[in-house]
Design a protein around this ligand. Structure first.
Ligand code: 5AD
Ligand code: SF4
Length: 493
């Protein structure tokens, strides 16, 4: 499952609901109209990536993107349902649009993504301001739906698909730094973790045609991008078998399908071979599916970033079973051992849930002890939030008290803080290759980029620029950021 984008909110470690706004400057528009669309995205990287697909579909109909709400003709909010709090944030935001709509009554307001899928037409009753409700597999229908609203109707399309991967759509890069971009490689999820709403909001798992993935990556590289992140709810279960369709296991493929098949390790290798100057990242890995073949591929290529987001959710096997995660504590530890064996310098992060149904104090201690075992570089940490219609909601009682959930979460957060600090300290004194992503927020004389391990490094600008690979010697760290200085003699890849 994909973790949310951004830093530092609910849990003190990472921001959960950070909005992006579309930028009009990146659009290559056909002059068929000049309506303006404003898109705001919440939740995981997949939503941000989907908003770029939406911008692309609408640009073909003459919609230009804007980052100014007041001047928008159409406003879309791409929503997240993962926890109740994420939904509350979206509802508040929708209400805050009231002022803009009053000033411009013809403004069309639409809801995209997981909340749209979960609530369907109920959304129109609950939030009277909304004109359009569109699920994640129905974005091609957006131009028609906007037309329906222009004709005075409300419009809903929440049909989930068994084939849609938007493979042929070339995303409009919103708010791009021109250096890093997302490429989605699968859609949906078949895992059915009992706590999770995603299989219901994003539908069944499908893998995207690898040719279109490779072409997109090559094109981005040609345009000057230097980093791509391959996205899926569970990238490890990527399997192309000659056509877009429901997920299959390799063993069940016909001989013909096997011949055409490509798994995640093979896809990754091909993306890595595009250029040693193109960094490749991926998210999210699943402990039950991450293979030795994939880890060996990762180790083989310097440009595959040494960073794995490997959610464990709970350190206790009874909880993991109840969550339907498909692995035990020991299996998870075995995967960590393997990662550390083949890539001793690989950073690892996790998602952790505190207070899942019937979790005892001892079981919570197992989560803390697993954290001690792995020493994650950072984590996304959550209190369990019961979601309507999930297996957990139907079968189990949400019976850990709010006070216990909060305290357990606080213990997890405190331990993670220590581990993150330790991890950052270990970088000091060493030299890392940094891909420069932007000018630092604090000073225009400093640049900011990331190491292969995904840690942010800030260093004096000198003559370097965004998009450069720079060898930086780290001499200090503050919070989640490393501070350093470019080494005098630079070897570039
Ligand atoms: N309650 C709390 N956290 C959840 N997650 C998913 N569903 C829930 C829920 N119902 C967390 C998991 C997942 C991450 C993206 O969100 O840790 O990996
Ligand atoms: Fe991730 Fe499990 Fe949810 Fe799928 S069902 S998105 S694997 S948490």
């Amino acid at each position: 499952m994909l973790s949310e984008v951004g830093k530092d909110m609910e849990t003190g470690n990472k921001v959960i609901d950070e909005a992006i706004q579309g930028s009009a400057t990146t659009l290559d528009l056909k002059e068929v109209g000049n309506r303006k669309v404003y898109i705001e995205s919440y939740g995981c990287a997949m939503n941000f990536s989907d908003s770029e697909i939406v911008a692309s579909i609408l640009s073909k109909e003459g919609f230009n993107t804007t980052n100014n709400l007041e001047e928008a003709d159409v406003v879309f909010v791409n929503t997240c349902s993962i926890r109740e709090k994420a939904e509350q944030t979206v509802r508040q935001r929708l209400r805050s649009f009231q002022k803009a709509k009053k000033a411009k009554p013809e403004m069309v307001i639409g809801v995209l993504g997981c909340m749209a899928e979960r609530l369907k037409s109920k959304f129109l009753e609950e939030e009277r301001l909304v004109d359009i409700v569109v699920g994640p597999d129905a974005y091609r229908d957006l131009p028609n739906l906007v037309k329906q609203v222009d004709e005075g109707k409300k419009a809903v399309n929440v049909i989930l698909s068994k084939e849609e991967t938007y493979a042929d759509i070339s995303p409009v890069r919103l708010l791009s730094n021109g250096v890093s971009a997302f490429i989605s490689i699968t859609r949906g999820c078949d895992n059915m973790c009992t706590f999770c709403v995603v299989p219901f909001t994003r539908g069944r798992e499908r893998s995207r045609n690898p040719e279109t993935i490779l072409n997109e990556a090559r094109e981005l590289f040609g345009q000057g991008y230097r980093e791509v992140t391959l996205l899926g709810q569970n990238v490890d279960s990527y399997l192309w078998y000659g056509k877009e369709g429901l997920k299959k296991d390799y063993e069940t493929l016909s001989e013909e399908e096997k011949k055409q098949s490509m798994n995640f390790a093979q896809l990754m290798e091909q993306v890595a071979q595009i250029s040693p100057k193109l960094r490749v990242r991926f998210s999210t890995s699943h402990p039950k599916d991450i293979t030795d073949e994939f880890l060996d591929t990762m180790a083989k290529y310097d440009n595959i970033c040494k960073y794995i987001h490997l959610p464990f959710q709970s350190g206790n096997t009874r909880m993991l079973e109840k969550m339907n995660r498909g692995y035990t504590r020991e299996w998870y530890m075995g995967r960590i051992d393997k990662i550390k064996e083949v890539m001793p310098d690989c950073a690892i992060s996790a998602d952790i849930i505190a207070g899942f149904c019937s979790e005892t104090e001892e079981e919570h201690q197992d989560t803390l002890s697993l954290m001690e075992y792995v020493k994650y570089d950072f984590s996304y940490m959550f209190k369990y939030s019961e979601r309507p219609n999930t297996q957990a909601e139907k079968k189990y009682k949400d019976d850990v008290s709010e006070a216990d959930k909060s305290r357990r979460l606080a213990e997890i957060v405190a331990l993670q803080r220590d581990h993150s600090y330790e991890a950052n300290k270990a970088y000091v004194g060493r030299t890392y290759e940094v891909l420069v992503e932007k000018v630092s927020k604090k000073s225009d004389q400093e640049l900011a980029g990331r190491t292969s391990q995904n840690t942010v490094v800030v260093f004096p600008k000198e003559n370097y620029k965004v998009g450069d690979y720079v060898q930086v010697k780290v001499d200090n760290c503050t919070g989640g950021t490393l501070l350093g200085k470019a080494k005098e003699s630079q070897e570039s890849r």
